[in-house]
Design a protein around this ligand. Structure first.
Ligand code: PGA
Length: 253
């Protein structure tokens, strides 16, 4: 059976001291109750080495929040998938809406980042999602399908190796969560799109992200096509993140 995945997205947060305290609390919590799901934390690039060390021997995998669309060369400021691998990184978030919005990442750039990530042995967590205006204009299906299609097109049969995260932009950091039914509807669409590309689609992981928290996680995770969560704000508080992991570890994990 497919194990759920709970991934924390720390975004632009943390310090050496904060990270050490948070990971210590997470480790203690998971030692008391071993997770039945997969767990990862996606941390700012400068802290990969520190957090990688802190996680050693724990059930938590290390993740990054971005990866370059280039393998090497004159690309100032970029971090390649191979460099991430050097630090034991297992996952990289790719195409988060904040990067699409504030850093102008197009569908084509996201698709290329996914390709580089897979080539470098790092599992990309590919984010798709509509804005509030797009949802209200009835464009949700068109938008997420277009975003995923670009990634499928550029990655061929390797597509079964990616993790997808449906993150409605209007639910990110707003406290406004998609209802389990709203989320399931989009997850089912994405699963169907993946099925047309690979027979492995049923075994692929599709996460929900957007104000997932300790109180709403179990309901969201009860949906048939929601295989885990990408957690922002609540991943910075150990008790909240541990509660989400516990919810994901119950039946069906
Ligand atoms: P949030 O962020 O949980 O704070 O809404 C989720 C994300 O952006 O990945």
């Amino acid at each position: 059976m497919k194990r759920r995945l709970i991934a924390g997205n720390w975004k632009l947060n943390g310090s050496l001291a904060f990270n050490a305290a948070l990971v210590a609390e997470l480790r203690a919590g998971l030692q008391a109750a071993a997770p039945a799901c997969r767990v990862a934390v996606c941390v700012p690039a400068p802290y990969l080495a520190q957090v990688g060390g802190l996680l050693a021997g724990s059930p938590i995998d290390l993740g990054a929040q971005d990866v370059s669309s280039q393998a090497s060369g004159a690309f100032t400021g970029e971090v390649s998938a191979a460099m991430l691998r050097d630090f034991g990184v297992r996952y990289a978030i790719v195409g988060h809406s904040e990067r699409r919005q504030y850093h102008g990442e197009s569908d084509a750039v996201v698709a290329e980042k996914v390709r580089q990530s897979l080539a470098g042995g790092v599992t990309p967590i590919v984010c798709v999602g509509e804005t509030l205006a797009q949802r209200e204009a009835g464009q949700t299906e068109g938008v997420v399908k277009r975003q995923l299609a670009a990634v499928i097109h550029a990655n061929g049969h390797c597509i079964s190796e990616i993790v997808v995260a449906y993150e409605p932009v209007w639910a990110i950091g707003t406290g406004r969560t998609a209802t389990p039914e709203q989320a399931q509807q989009v997850h089912a669409l994405l699963r169907a799109q993946l099925k047309a590309a690979t027979e492995r689609a049923p075994a692929m992981t599709i996460l929900y992200g957007g104000s997932m928290n300790a109180a709403n996680a179990a309901n969201l995770l009860s949906q048939p096509d929601i295989d885990g969560g990408l957690i922002g704000g609540a991943s910075l508080k150990a008790p909240d993140f541990l509660a989400i992991i516990a919810a994901a570890s119950r039946d069906g994990a």
